[in-house]
Ligand binder design. Sequence first.
Ligand code: NAP
Length: 280
Amino acid sequence: MDTLTAKTRVFALLGDPVAHSLSPTIQNAAIRATGVDGVYVALRCGAADLPCLLRGIAAAGGGGNVTVPHKELAARVVDAPTAAVVRTGACNTFWWEDGRIRGDNTDVAGFRAAVRALVGAPAGARVLLLGAGGAARGALHALLEDDVASVALYNRTPGRATDLRAAFGDPGCIRVVTDRAALRGERFDLAVNATSLGLHPGDPLPLDFDEVDRVGAALDLVYAVGGTRWVHEAHARGLPAADGLEMLIHQGAAAFERWWGRPAPLDAMREALSMSSRIG
Ligand code: NAP
């Protein structure tokens, strides 16, 4: 990316807002570290412009990511969605391949990698999943594919949790929790925060660990410089815990691998992220 050429492939993050996204930081670091001829930029766009932008950038041999609020629209625009896109109804990564626009949801791979980094393969685990939005949908897809034993699904708006369970075919291993008090006395191997609680300084914790009998580990999909308050609370209780940075890196790494057909330089991406949070 040091020298842009007539052959440079252009990758773009499409969404609104995008100005504070860390994706350009990690993707351009990966491009520099591997020496591929590409550049990654962020383009703020509305829903009306998304289909044309996405199709045009892909057809020119590039690709990119899609973020809030266009992931569901992008899932309908791409020509060849992966199973993860079909199952989650969301597309966050697109690229040109064999004359078609491919679309993937690498949040699923990112979540899976973050879980593995924290607790290893989750097969057989009892999971408490907080939230029922787009992030929860991707997380649920990965957890079911990884054969967890059960998922207790809690959301502030219970109807959304019920809809999410139904979207996965109402399997017996997913239980919608409508009354938080019912969690008292329960044990979970892993608790996942897939709500947006923690994004703002005054937010309440997504779960007070005293609300349950025991949690083995806590994975927060929200991230913050120095870790989120929920992660600090978990660590204070001696629990293994991580915020969403590992997921962010791995969803970006999976996207890089789709675009360039080579392994992503994870260390360079991590280093770029830690430099930017020190500066920011
Ligand atoms: P979303 O579709 O807008 O869903 C937001 C979720 O948060 C819903 O379940 C919502 O509950 C819940 N929520 C919001 N405010 C709440 C409150 N005051 N109290 C209780 N619950 C509340 O957003 P999303 O795409 O799922 O993203 C959720 C978070 O995940 C984001 O904020 C982001 O930080 C994180 N994320 C991280 C990564 C990563 O790579 N680390 C990737 C994707 C997302 P209701 O249904 O009741 O409104």
